[in-house]
Design a protein around this ligand. Structure first.
Ligand SMILES: NC(=O)c1ccc[n+]([C@@H]2O[C@H](COP(=O)([O-])OP(=O)(O)OC[C@H]3O[C@@H](n4cnc5c(N)ncnc54)[C@H](O)[C@@H]3O)[C@@H](O)[C@H]2O)c1
Ligand SMILES: O=C(O)[C@H](O)[C@H](O)COP(=O)(O)O
Length: 379
């Protein structure tokens, strides 16, 4: 019998991983992602580990185990996974690249329109009334999410200043890091979290004291990538000089704990839910299910040829939200996703004694999050 140990926060886990679909007895054990540890692995001896972003996968977890053949993360980010170690051990790994690229791009747009409704028309009327000055959106990291966001910006008539040193120059990969910092009206971060040991272009503390000094205090800074991409200590010091700076954070350096001192300074703060739509989470599950079938194949599945299944249409309610309609009327967008309600819930979760949102509260907000919809983007 195949045994699967899975994070219970994986959307529709049991709709995909069940005996009917896999046509054989299977044992699916669903637990909180943060509780998956070496002891649990030793107890269940799973064939597959299905995770999201809160389960660190490394030698400490797997060194005494020989049963795991596949690790699937139903998330985009992979900074919690030691992929070199899995390769050495011959354990197959896959993530869910691109699964929530529209969800995150839509979160960023919602945040911008919430703070600067005047940007709707595409011209920066803060600068001039008489001349046409397009909004400049700085995007750092132009992979799935950054390039999707650039597509919306183009549709809105904005100018994109993009920086991605690992991709060739293009119409959106068109600026230096310094230019993005100093010339943008809004800067949005869409890089993976990497360290100097993994990348020549490490993103750990990419936005530090020096970078913040180059960003005008009228520029909105948005981080929905990973918390440690911004140095929290440097950001807090920067707020002392620039209390008016508008910063939007969905991710935090010391997540799942968030200090009240930081929260109080932020224009919008949300509990790592930028990708939390019905579509984004379900796509993540579909992608790792597809990989699971290719890894185990008929042999691992007891010589049963399991047919690929695509459950997205069946499991998703009809989607009436279309970008081309929403963008005609800004007030519709505000109703579509009330980002300020998410911000308020996080603010209300501060523990008075600790002067911070504590891990249990932060995780609780995410576990019980009422998943949004994505709007459909067709030009
Ligand atoms: N908040 C959320 O809910 C949420 C949801 C999904 C993803 N994420 C985060 O967003 C990140 C980006 O997602 P994606 O799907 O666009 O990933 P991606 O891998 O498709 O793109 C990342 C891009 O960043 C570029 N990059 C790497 N180092 C860079 C640097 N120093 N400067 C500029 N660019 C650099 C890469 O070349 C790549 O093109 C993920 O790694 C994940 O951590 C967060
Ligand atoms: O990288 C990603 O895909 C996201 O950050 C993901 O939405 C977070 O995963 P979770 O924390 O829900 O496990």
């Amino acid at each position: 019998m195949l045994t699967i140990l899975a994070d219970s926060n994986i959307a529709h886990l049991h709709d995909y991983f069940n005996e009917h679909i896999l046509q054989q007895p299977i044992n699916v054990i669903a637990v909180a992602g943060r509780d998956i540890d070496a002891t649990m692995i030793a107890e269940y001896q799973p064939d597959a580990l299905l995770i999201r972003s809160v389960t660190p996968i490394n030698a400490e977890l797997l060194k005494d185990n020989d049963s795991v053949k596949y690790v699937g993360s139903a998330t985009i980010g992979t900074d919690h996974v030691d992929q070199d170690y899995l390769r050495e051990r011959g354990i197959y790994f896959s993530n869910a690249a691109g699964c929530s690229k529209h969800s995150v791009a839509q979160y960023v747009l919602t945040a911008i329109f919430n703070l600067r409704p005047q940007y709707w028309g595409g011209n920066n009327s803060d600068i001039t009334d008489s001349q046409t000055v397009p909004i400049k959106l700085g995007i750092i990291g132009l992979g799935n999410i950054g390039s999707t966001l650039a597509g919306y910006a183009a549709d809105l008539g904005w100018q994109v200043l993009g920086y991605d040193p690992l991709l060739p120059a293009s119409d959106i990969n068109n600026a230096s890091f310094e230019q993005v910092l100093s010339e943008s009206d809004v800067i949005s971060l869409h890089v993976p979290l990497t360290r100097a040991t993994d990348s020549d272009y490490s993103t750990y503390h990419l936005i530090d004291k020096q970078a913040l000094a180059k960003i005008a205090n009228t520029t909105i800074l948005i981080n929905s990538a990973r918390g440690p991409v911004i140095s929290e200590a440097d950001l807090l010091s920067d707020f002392e000089r620039n209390p008016q700076r508008q910063v939007v954070l969905d991710v935090f350096e010391h997540e799942p704990v968030v200090s009240a001192e930081l929260l109080n300074q932020l224009a919008i703060a949300t509990p790592h839910i930028a990708g939390y739509t019905l579509e984004g989470k379900l796509r993540g599950t579909q992608i790792i299910f597809d990989e699971f079938l290719t890894v185990f194949g008929p042999q691992g599945l007891g010589d049963v040829a399991v047919e690929a299944v695509y459950l997205m249409d069946e499991l998703l309610p009809e989607n009436p939200y279309r970008w081309q309609q929403l963008k005609q009327a800004p007030e519709q967008l505000a109703k579509f996703y009330d980002i300020k309600a998410d911000d308020a819930l996080l603010g209300e979760s501060v523990d008075n004694e600790a002067q911070a949102v504590l891990a249990e509260k932060f995780d609780g907000l995410r576990k019980n999050y009422a998943l949004r919809r994505e709007w459909l983007f067709e030009r």
